[in-house]
Design a binder for this molecule. Structure first.
Ligand code: AQP
Length: 350
């Protein structure tokens, strides 16, 4: 069965939105608006899976929810043509997650590497929510029967789990799905990850083997979307490199993670390939390259930072965008939930 193509993706409001979130995800959100109907969600329920000290408590959560919304809009997402909302306003996310909890297998979740990384050594003390995070993520996507999900490389495994959940639900309830008019026996699509561009995994500026991350204790490890020009310049100039000049060909980056990362950032921000960037800068010193990277980063990110600042200064306007988006998201979600309840056998008002 051909499903109507629809895009869904989300970003957690856990503060310190960075260049990795922007290049790995948000830039692709913007592009997909041209070809698809899109839903972009601030996944505030996911933020709660981490300790309160990480997401900062209620005031910070609300502030960060508005900040992610502002980043979406400042980057070029149109909340009138597409749907921008925060997850907790649509109760279907939690309702579908429960059904999916009963479809997903413990063995599947035990294989999730992000849980292992985020829970660290003290796994017994991690929240049940953190363990269950990928099931809620499957519900986020499938509540809208979305077919395409733009994400960074780190979310690939979670997307595979969403596909497994969709497939198992379709198998477990195949007869019921057919008897409710879905003749193909497929109710949920298997969502495809869209992991595209030269910066699907932006690395820390301090260590090219570690992902750039909101939760890194060193602010110098990342470029935040709210950093001003001086801070961006300082962070890039201090970014770890090696003593060799830049290579002229891409294969020369293979054993040089920090160089590879900076060239990838340059390529993504300038809309070029890494080879093209090396064609211009290969053989030269890092200092020249870094100066050009600073200029490029400031030129691309400063307008976003100032638009974000303008938007967050008017929280009522941002909230009205989220309320309007949630109203429209709820309509799509209601259709999925009603059909899912019928398929599962939950009695409801018709
Ligand atoms: N370093 C990255 N490079 C490319 N893409 C990235 N993403 C995150 N980090 C990178 C992508 O950004 C989107 C939103 O991510 P998220 O905030 O929902 O969750 P995350 O992946 O846990 O983000 P962080 O920044 O790494 O946070 P912490 O420090 O909490 O782990 C996703 O599409 C993600 O792939």
């Amino acid at each position: 069965m051909a499903f109507v193509e629809r895009v869904f993706s989300g970003v957690q409001p856990t503060g310190n939105l960075h260049l990795g979130n922007y290049l790995g995800a948000i830039v692709n959100f913007v592009k997909l608006q041209q070809t698809h109907n899109c839903l972009y969600c601030v996944v505030d329920m996911h933020a709660l899976t981490q300790p309160v000290s990480v997401w900062g408590g209620p005031l910070e959560l609300a502030r960060n929810t508005r900040e992610v919304t502002a980043a979406f809009i400042a980057s070029g997402i149109d909340p009138k043509k597409h749907i921008v909302f925060n997850q907790s306003q649509v109760s279907g996310h939690a309702e579908l997650a429960w059904i999916f909890n009963c479809v997903a297998r413990v063995g599947w979740l035990n294989r999730m590497t992000q849980f292992k990384e985020k829970a660290g050594k003290d796994r017994e003390n991690a929240s049940v929510g953190l363990y269950d995070y990928p099931v809620l993520m499957a519900a986020d996507i499938l509540l809208y029967r979305a077919t395409h999900v733009p994400v960074g490389e780190d979310q690939k495994q979670h997307l595979e789990l969403s596909r497994d959940i969709a497939q198992k639900f379709n198998n477990d309830f195949g007869d019921s799905i057919r008897s409710h008019g879905f003749n193909s026996g497929l109710f949920f699509p298997q969502p495809e990850p869209l992991i595209t561009g030269p910066a699907t995994r932006v690395m820390s500026l301090r260590d090219g083997t570690k992902k750039m991350s909101k939760s890194d204790s060193s602010d110098n490890s990342r470029i935040n979307l709210t950093d001003d020009a001086d801070t961006i310049a300082q962070k890039i100039r201090k970014a770890k490199t090696d003593p060799e000049p830049l290579p002229s060909e891409e294969k020369g980056l293979e054993t040089r993670p920090e160089a590879d990362n900076l060239v990838g950032i340059f390529a993504a921000l300038s809309g070029r390939t890494k080879s093209e960037v090396l064609g211009e800068f290969g053989g030269g010193q890092f200092s020249n390259f870094k100066n050009s990277l600073v200029e490029l980063c400031v030129a691309k990110l400063s307008p976003i930072a100032s638009e974000m600042k303008r938007l967050v200064a008017d929280p009522r306007h941002v909230d009205s965008i989220l309320v309007d988006g949630a109203d429209r998201a709820r309509e799509i979600a209601a259709d999925t939930m009603k059909a899912t309840q019928d398929i599962v056998g939950f009695v409801r008002k018709h």
